[in-house]
Write a protein that binds this ligand. Structure first.
Ligand code: ZN
Length: 258
């Protein structure tokens, strides 16, 4: 069964920090809604490359992700297993530090989530009610010596605004979503899971790139300078790893992704 997913970018909205709309915190996980605690398809998870099932995950095709016009479209030629054949719209990009998912036990300093909703659902809220409602692209970051010039427009924009948990930032001119894609988008994992914040809806098809993007320590600091409602610097915003409960994790069988 072939999966064909098309992505359309209609908004370039960057959400800083978590998508917190309520008063939950990472230090009181026991107060998250019951669905977050009893769900059997929760995210994030620990990815094991050795245990991932090799299938023909088609090469993702990001048409117009290099376009700074807000009506750019993004095409994904899909993969096996889900039976989806849909168009998804990029709603927001946000960050977690450190990373939420781990790959072979490693936790990266930063993970970006490019959150897309199914176009026929109309919006995020409606899509969050359907098992195939959301597709999230997860991108890992590593810290390297040098400034990532492609990301400068983002990090500089973030730097220039007052940030708290509930603030959003609309990136100005010339923002191209492709800056959040690793050079190699061929090698990726796929599994079905949930939002990693309340209400933890189990409606997300996760696509996780194996290759990370390099940024400088300064850029990492800029992207993670977010303050809590209490005025304290948010030291981390990743949810603990969740049980697989028998779910399968897939990895592309492309020959150059060994
Ligand atoms: Zn997220």
């Amino acid at each position: 069964m072939k999966l064909s997913v098309n992505f359309i970018l209609i908004a370039t909205l960057l959400v800083v920090g978590s998508l917190a709309a309520d008063h939950w915190t990472y230090s009181h996980l026991d107060e998250w809604p019951i669905n977050c605690q009893s769900g059997k398809k929760q995210s994030p998870i620990a990815i094991s490359k050795r245990n991932a099932i090799r299938i023909d995950l088609k090469k993702l095709k990001f048409d117009n992700y290099d376009n700074d016009d807000i009506k750019t479209t993004l095409e994904n030629n899909g993969h096996t297993g889900g039976g989806l054949s849909s168009t998804y719209v990029l709603d927001n990009i946000h960050f977690h530090w450190g990373s939420e998912h781990t790959i072979d036990g490693g936790r990266h300093p930063l993970e970006a989530h490019l959150v897309h909703y199914k176009q026929t659902c109309g919006n995020m809220v409606n899509a969050s009610n359907y098992p195939d409602g959301l597709v999230v692209l997860a991108v890992m970051f590593d810290v390297a010596c040098c400034t990532n010039k492609d990301l400068a427009i983002v990090t500089n924009s973030v730097k220039s605004v007052s940030k708290n948990l509930h603030s959003t930032l609309r990136i100005q001119d010339d923002f191209k979503p492709e800056v959040f894609l690793p050079d190699n988008t061929k090698c990726y994992y796929m599994y079905t899971g949930s939002l990693t914040t309340p209400g933890c809806n189990e409606v997300v098809t996760w696509l996780m790139f194996e290759d990370a993007i390099s940024i400088s320590q300064t850029q990492l600091n800029q992207l993670s300078q977010v303050y809590t409602d209490a005025g304290k610097l948010l030291s981390y915003n990743f949810r603990p790893l969740q049980e697989l409960h028998g779910r399968k994790v897939f990895y592309t069988s492309a020959s150059d992704c060994d």
